[in-house]
Design a protein around this ligand. Structure first.
Ligand SMILES: O=C1O[C@H](COP(=O)(O)O)[C@@H](O)[C@H](O)[C@H]1O
Length: 237
């Protein structure tokens, strides 16, 4: 099944690409255009990106875009609760692959916080990200288990994080794989995005997306919470 064959809800749009490099370049152009528009309208732009392994080519393509980077505030949809020198840190990934060259002038807002517990770190991050919303551009990813950001299937706090009126901007989450302790933006923060994008690669993720479009529990495939409103899905084989 190709992404163009999927029956998508109103507002959800499929953008197929031939390969990872084409996806990365097209997404970088799309994101840069939206950031420029935001800067032209409001004098600054907020960009929230995802971590994991797949966004690296996109980060590197975006870093090459001509933008007034000093007017861009960059942050993360989710973070592993590990210091920035840890191999699993999403912040380290962004610093290494996106905030380089001219893009190093962008301001970065960390979700990671030094604290005595994951809950305390989430409370500190909750206060830190207050200036993020509304987000201009959000780039989500999706795991093979249907998680997006760190909204993991059946994680404690998932129900609270997915409430449209959740009062918290950041909540602690538990992932099934290391690093297990996570911090995630909650649904109202993520859906505040003026331009929400989902970038996924490969048949396995397309199969998960296909399943998520069928009726079922949000707690099983949390990506479902984002498939009922405006969303652009960038996919390549
Ligand atoms: O753990 C995470 O995984 C997802 C998906 O990552 P990918 O490497 O399979 O694309 C990512 O969107 C999320 O930000 C990250 O923390």
């Amino acid at each position: 099944m190709a992404i163009s064959e999927l029956k998508l809800p109103p507002g959800v749009q499929a953008c197929p690409h031939d390969g990872a490099e084409q996806l990365a370049q097209a997404l970088a152009v799309r994101v840069a255009d939206a950031l420029r528009q935001a800067i032209a309208s409001r004098g600054q732009a907020t960009l929230v990106v995802s971590g994991g392994r797949s966004p690296v080519p996109f980060f590197e393509a975006l870093a090459q875009q001509a933008l007034p980077w000093a007017q861009v505030l960059v942050s993360l949809a989710d973070e592993r609760w590990v210091p920035v020198n840890h191999a699993g840190s999403n912040e380290a990934l962004v610093r290494r692959h996106l905030l380089r060259g001219a893009a190093a002038e962008a301001r970065f807002l960390s979700l990671y916080q030094v604290a005595g517990s994951l809950e305390q770190a989430a409370e500190l991050a909750d206060a830190a990200v207050a200036e993020l919303a509304p987000i201009d551009v959000l780039v989500l990813g999706m795991g093979d288990d249907g998680h997006t950001a760190s909204l993991f299937p059946h994680s404690p706090n998932l129900h609270q994080a997915l409430q449209p009126d959740c009062a918290r901007r950041v909540l602690p989450m538990l992932a099934p794989s290391e690093p297990t302790q996570r911090l995630t933006l909650t649904l109202p923060m993520l859906t505040s995005a003026r331009l929400p994008l989902l970038a996924i690669q490969g048949q396995a993720k397309l199969n998960v997306l296909t399943k998520a479009l069928m009726p079922g529990e949000i707690a099983q495939l949390p990506i479902r919470a984002f498939l009922n409103s405006s969303l652009e899905i960038h996919w390549c084989p």
